[in-house]
Every structure is written in C-alpha cells, then in structure tokens.
Design a protein around this ligand. Structure first.
Ligand code: DON
Length: 589
C-alpha cells in the first residue's frame, strides 16, 4: 500500500517535474523550486599560501577575503561572507535561516560544531502538516507560516564570534551594508530562479523586492538595492543578536508568519528563547586521516562517516573514478547509510539517536558484508545498531530539495570554518521581512508523524525540536608527528543528496588523489536508497548498460551541487576548488 505521505510527495514531485518540462502549454502550478540549469563553467583550482575563502558568490568571497586580509579569523570571515550571501544569493540562505558551522581550532587541534539549526515553535504539534488525516500537499506546507522555524544562523555566528572572533563584530557587516545600499547585479542563477516564480510573486513583500511594478522578475545584471536589509544589518551590527531576536524585527517576523493565509504559530517568546548549541564534532578515522562532521540533528555527518567506513571494506580505492565499479560500490554504501538515516536520525534532544552504535566499526563491518561485488542490493533495509532499535522506529522518507549554500575558509593562523547555511527551499517560505526571507526549514520534519505501519517516526514535529538536516560541513585532519594538521575543508548544498556529494568528494580527494577542483568536477552518482542516480549530461551516462546488468535501478537527473573546498597540501600550500555547477569562486593569498 502506498504511504499517504509518500503519495503526496510523489504528486508534488510529479508537479515539479512538470514544471521543468519544456514548452508547457500553461505555467505550472508549482514552479518555485527546480534548480536552474545555469551553464557548467569550468573552474581552475586557486592557490594560496596564507589564507583562502570559497563561497557561492564572488562578492561574498571578496568580503571574506578582505576580512582575512585585515587579520580576521576564519569565523570573522564566515560572518562577513554570510551577511553578503544573504543579500546577493537570497534564494539560498540569510538571517531568516539556519546553519551548521564546523570550526577547526589550529592551536588546540580540535574541531567543534556551532549548531544554528532552526527550532519548531513551542506550540508546534505532530499533526502540524496534516490535513484531513493526510499530509498536506508539500508545496502548501512550504509556502505557509507553518514551515517557518525560529531562525538560528545569527545566534550561531554570534556564539562562534564570542569564542573565535578577532575583529570587532560591527566591522564584519560593513561590506554587506554598503552593498545593500549601493546595489548588486542580479546573478544569472538568481534571475533564472525568479523567472515564472508565481509562488514568490504571490507574497506581496517578496513581490515588491524581486519583481518590477509590472510583475516581471528582476533581470540578470540589473542592479538591485536592498535598503531594508541595510537597515536590518546595521541594527544587528550595533545591537548583536538581540536586535534581531527581540524588539521590532522580532515582532515583524511574528506578524508575517501569523498573517499568512496558512498561518504559523511563531511567537516572540520562541525568538527570544532561541539558543545556538556548541557540540562536539563527530570524528572517525578514514585511511590515514580523521574525518569530522556535524552530529544530529544533522544526518549528514553520520551518513558521510558511515559511507567512508563502509567503502573502506570495498575495493573502491582501486577503481577508476568514473567506472561501473566505482558507481556500484558508492551507491551500495549510500543505500545502507541512507536506510539508517531515514530510520534513526532526528534531534537528539527529543530522540535517542544511537550515534556511537551506528558508527561502531563492528556494526559497519557487518553492514558492509551486504555489499556484493557484482550485484546491487536494490533497496537496503536499515540495520539494527542496538537490539530492539528497529521495532521502535518508523520509516521517514522526507525529501529535501534545492537551495542552500556552503562556505569553506582557512585563515592565516590555520584555523578553518566549514559552514553550510540554508533557508531550505529556494526563497524559503517566501515570507520577506526586514529585507530577508524567512526559512521553510520545518518541512525538513516528516510531514506525517507516523509511517505506513502507524509507527511514530523519529523526525516527527514536536515543539522546540530541530528538524533533521542532511547538511554535511566536513573537516579532515591528518596526524603528524607534531599532532593533528588540517587536510581538507569541504561541504555542499543539495538537500538529501548532500551526503552523497560530500562523500564522493572525500573519496575522490583522499583515496583517488584527485586535486580538490577535479574531485568537485567529477560527475555525480550515488543512491539515497532509491534509484542509482547518475548526473545527466555527463560521462557517467555511458555506464548505464553495465550498471543495469548488475541490477542497478538507474535514474539520470541533474545534480546541482555547490561543493566548495580547500585542501592543504603537504608543503602547507592551500588549494581551493569551487563547483562548476553554480556561481561560486575561491580567493586566497
Ligand atoms: O537541512 C537540510 O538538509 C536541507 N534543508 C538543505 C536544503 C538544501 O540543501 C537544498 N539544496 N540545494
């Protein structure tokens, strides 16, 4: 029997596919989400000796560079980059969203995590996205006040700055404030996402900013000013997080959420009470390295570390990067990791996530035995990392679809930041307040609180809970005689595909020895425990017959990752790569 949540999502996905179909007779109903296929632009690796920044937009990369050049720390530079990204890449992230930041402290040789994930309002209940005992259409859940979580990115940046900032907080906002006042040229990608975006245009505040008076969208190259954001940023520069989480801005956010035709229940108390969390990174050995990621409520770090460990039991290291063997082993490892993710991962403040057991080498050795050399397993069942675990957890197959951004930075002291930041879908909930968009992160919860068997799912909505993420900012260290040293900083947007993008890049760089740019350039492939997915229009398409012969259910599709990475060579030089599928750049000195 088809699970109703899944049926709703399938319907929605079918709608999204229709939206992408060429020559549609009429404008599609839901057209906000599909990633524009902006041209694939080959990029060269960028070298530096002292510091490096890689972000999704040249103006944000330059803002980070200037901070690093003034002697700022990696955290300082990440703050400047984030403020600029909220302006110039508003579809992806901003003050209205959340983030996971990994920080490498060179002096201590330690990686920590700043968790700025959104929380559900205290009033939220498990049936939030249910309608007549069924999950509401996904697009309606997204475009509503119900999808808006308490934004977390600013409190996370503030906490990180308290711990690791060097330059004064207000100075980190200067570039973004100046740009917001003077304006920035609309990028091809932003322009493409605006075209025909009726759901965004349906929100009056967003419409006034992103569209002309005649209803046509802002065009590529057109200079867009955001004086409202300049004012918001100036307030936050002066008053810190409190200027955002209390007072008029907070009231305006509450008002916007509550006055949506599908209203939400965000309150002033939710905003005032939000706290970012500092967490231990999840770190596990991989070959001669130690790979570190963000723990739950993100599933990304766990899935990436599981995949690396599973793959270590296979001969993938000897395979060609674009070969049936590489795709086979990588996809099978993905199936096993995503099966566990879908079953077990949620906010650890609400659900006991068996993290240690899921990463236990003996457990992963047992799981890896399910990978055959010549035959796909098809659909993987979740494992049972602790006895009885399976019976207690329902299946949750919540999708996550495009927007989001990743920043990788190394400063002159060798500290590093890997931060993935998001408002979830492109343009989030479409609610535009104070010059920024509010997230729709709460649709990262399972829409239905129970699975098809009626078993509660770990990632169901609860008041104050953080929705499960797949964001996987990653930092890799290598052990030296003198202690740990930074080896790689990387991450990507891409919704539930993020773990696959990041794991593939790690295997390519660390096991196959590709430089970071070549690793990022590789055609994407993998499985989220559904089809074996291959990036369309790339050389990997040639592997379809061989994979089908091995029993792989193959699907071709675009994979617009936004991988941004910095690798540290053995001579200490920094080499950076930016994803050719998006608009990012690297700059270092
Ligand atoms: O937290 C997550 O995993 C998602 N909200 C991220 C969304 C995303 O990456 C969209 N991607 N392109």
């Amino acid at each position: 029997m088809t699970h109703p949540a899944r049926a709703a999502r399938l319907l929605w996905l079918a709608g999204a596919m229709l939206a992408a179909a060429p020559a549609a007779a009429q404008e599609p109903e839901f057209d906000a989400n599909p990633e524009p296929q902006t041209a694939y632009r080959s990029k060269q690796a960028v070298m530096g000796r002292h510091f490096m920044a890689v972000t999704a937009h040249p103006l944000a990369t330059e803002a980070a560079y200037r901070v690093l050049d003034r002697g700022g720390s990696a955290v300082d530079a990440a703050i400047a980059a984030q403020m600029m990204l909220g302006l110039v890449e508003p579809q992806s992230s901003g003050l209205g969203g959340g983030a996971f930041m990994l920080y490498y402290d060179a002096a201590r040789g330690r990686v920590t995590v700043f968790d700025g994930r959104e929380t559900a309002p205290a009033a939220a209940t498990a049936d939030r996205f249910m309608q007549d005992a069924r999950p509401m259409p996904f697009a309606d859940a997204v475009d509503s006040g119900k999808s808006v979580g308490v934004p977390g990115v600013l409190r996370a940046l503030e906490l990180a700055h308290e711990r690791h900032g060097k330059l004064p907080w207000p100075s980190l906002f200067d570039d973004a404030i100046d740009r917001a006042r003077r304006g920035f040229p609309v990028s091809p990608r932003l322009a493409a996402l605006l075209r025909g975006n009726r759901r965004l245009a349906a929100q009056p505040a967003a419409r006034a900013y992103f569209f002309h008076a005649d209803g046509s969208p802002r065009r590529e190259g057109e200079v867009l000013r955001n004086p409202e954001l300049a004012r918001t940023l100036a307030q936050v520069a002066r008053g810190g997080g409190d200027a955002f989480y209390r007072g008029p801005l907070a009231q305006a956010m509450v008002q916007a959420v509550r006055s949506h035709p599908r209203p939400g229940d965000l309150s002033g108390a939710d905003l005032a009470g939000y706290a970012a969390r500092e967490r231990d990174a999840l770190c596990r050995p991989y070959r001669v390295y130690v790979a570190c990621g963000a723990p739950p409520p993100s599933s990304g770090g766990l899935a990436v570390l599981q995949m690396l460990a599973l793959l270590d039991h296979t001969p993938i290291g000897a395979a060609e990067p674009v070969s049936a063997a590489a795709v086979h082993y990588f996809s099978e490892a993905g199936r096993l990791a995503y099966a566990d993710r879908d079953r077990y991962v949620a906010d650890p403040a609400f659900v006991d996530v068996p993290v240690r057991a899921l990463l236990d080498p003996a457990y992963l050795a047992r799981r890896s035995a399910l990978i055959a050399a010549d035959r796909s397993m098809g659909k993987a069942a979740p494992g049972e990392p602790v006895p009885g675990a399976l019976a207690r957890r329902g299946v949750d197959d919540t999708p996550a679809l495009p927007s989001t951004t990743h920043v990788s930075i190394v400063d002159a002291d060798g500290n590093a930041v890997a931060m993935t930041s998001t408002i979830e879908q492109a343009f989030g909930s479409k609610l535009f307040v104070g010059g920024f968009l509010l997230n729709n992160e709460l649709t990262d919860f399972a829409l239905s609180p129970v699975d098809g068997r009626g078993v509660p799912v770990a990632n169901r909505v609860e008041g104050g809970k953080r929705p499960r993420s797949t964001m996987a900012p990653t930092i890799v260290l290598r052990a030296d005689a003198s202690g740990p040293r930074l080896r790689l900083v990387v991450g990507s947007p891409g919704g539930s595909a993020i773990a696959n993008y990041v794991a593939q890049t790690l295997v390519a760089n660390l096991a196959w020895g590709l430089d970071i740019q070549s690793a990022i350039d590789l055609p994407h492939y993998g499985s989220r425990n559904r089809a074996t997915e291959l990036e369309s229009g790339t050389s990997v398409e040639g592997l379809v017959p061989a994979l089908r012969a091995m029993g792989h259910p193959v699907a071709l599709q675009p994979f617009p990752s936004g991988l941004h990475g910095v690798e540290i060579l053995s001579n200490g030089l920094l080499r950076a790569g930016a994803d050719p599928r998006r608009e990012g750049t690297a700059l270092g000195r």
